[in-house]
Design a binder for this molecule. Structure first.
Ligand SMILES: Nc1ncnc2c1ncn2[C@@H]1O[C@H](COP(=O)(O)OP(=O)(O)O)[C@@H](O)[C@H]1O
Ligand SMILES: [Mg+2]
Length: 320
């Protein structure tokens, strides 16, 4: 492929810094292969910037709202430029953890029990809501914003006193709270690569030094460890791989995705979420898994561009 490639990175989401690192890793990987590559830090005048750069294909290295949620994908559809990863609908569905879970449940796929709550009007109602949440999920529960990544705004609540604080935190990120039952167990993530019937790359068990795979442990080298293959039975691995592919297909993803799981102590897999643009930084899970499969970062970036082009051609020169 000898096309001019644009990498969209940065943006306005809380994951801007991660995106800049993912974009940089992709840039280095493609330049190493001799490609003509431009980086574009997205801003309000995005369509003009993309046109100006005269790129023929776009690598989307954005994470979080306004990058991974279908908005940029819609802009690129309008400009009729092929791009890496999922289209508008899959991106939007996967970015919303509540929407994802509803779809999983509609097909009988396992995901932790949950409820969605709206931000109350005033302080007194927050206290009431905390009571309701505790009554429904007493024990250990997780409170997270439905539309963020990188564990931003998330709290694992261990006693009743922590519920109010967790709700206040989550409502700083928006007016919806996803409350989920906490599943103790082994955390496993599954990278997928391909358009239809994606290839399952080596799955990874994640352990965190802090006991929580949060923003800090995700992006500070040494605070989390990737174990390939995970220390779980062959049957559990096969079941998790099957569920990951079902989730990818159910949401209508393409190119790449990473599905996060918890394998409970009694051996049952639960799907937490699907990431349509998983981190691509040098310490991220996806590139690590690809490496274990003998695919280096340059080959990975190139494969994603080829998949983007294949989809574009199949769609008759129009995306989505
Ligand atoms: N219901 C749950 N049970 C156990 N651990 C959870 C649960 N939800 C989240 N976690 C932990 O928090 C991390 C981040 O949650 P996740 O739903 O994957 O959101 P994101 O990665 O988008 O922030 C997970 O990787 C896992 O370590
Ligand atoms: Mg996750």
């Amino acid at each position: 492929m000898s096309l001019r490639i644009g990498i969209l990175m940065g943006g306005r989401s809380a994951e801007r810094e991660v995106s800049l690192k993912s974009g940089r890793a992709v840039y280095d990987a493609l330049v190493a292969k001799g490609y003509e590559v431009k980086t574009i830090d997205i801003s309000a005048e995005l369509p003009a910037r993309i046109k100006e750069a005269r790129v023929e294909i776009v690598f989307v290295a954005l994470h979080g709202p306004l990058g991974e949620d279908g908005t940029i994908q819609g802009v690129l559809d309008l400009l009729n430029i092929p791009y890496t990863g999922s289209g508008v609908l899959a991106s939007a569905l996967a970015m919303d953890k509540v929407a994802t879970k509803r779809i999983l449940l509609s097909e009988g796929l396992p995901t932790p029990r949950f409820a969605e709550y709206r931000r109350p009007e005033d302080e007194e109602e927050i206290l009431e809501l905390a009571e309701t949440v505790w009554a429904e999920f007493a024990g250990t529960l997780v409170v997270k914003p439905p539309g963020q990544g990188s564990s931003l705004g998330m709290t694992i609540v261990r006693n009743q006193g922590e519920v109010v604080g967790a709700l206040r935190t989550v409502f700083q990120f928006g007016d919806r709270a996803l409350v989920e039952e906490f599943i103790p167990g082994i955390e496993v993530t599954v990278p997928l690569l391909g358009n239809r019937s994606p290839r399952v790359l080596p799955m990874i068990e994640i352990i965190s030094e802090t006991g929580l795979y949060d923003y800090q442990s995700k992006y500070t080298p040494g605070l989390s460890h990737h174990i390939i293959p995970p220390r779980i039975s062959d049957e559990a691995q096969a079941e998790i791989a099957r569920l990951a592919v079902r989730t990818f297909e159910l949401l209508g993803c393409r190119g790449l995705a990473r599905v996060d799981f918890i394998l409970s102590e009694d051996g049952r897999p639960y799907i937490l979420e699907l990431n349509t643009i998983p981190g691509l930084t040098p310490v991220s899970l996806f590139p690590d898994s690809a490496k274990a499969a003998g695919i280096d970062m340059s080959q990975l970036a190139e494969t994603l561009l080829v998949l983007a082009q294949e989809h574009y051609m199949e769609a008759g020169g129009f995306v989505d």
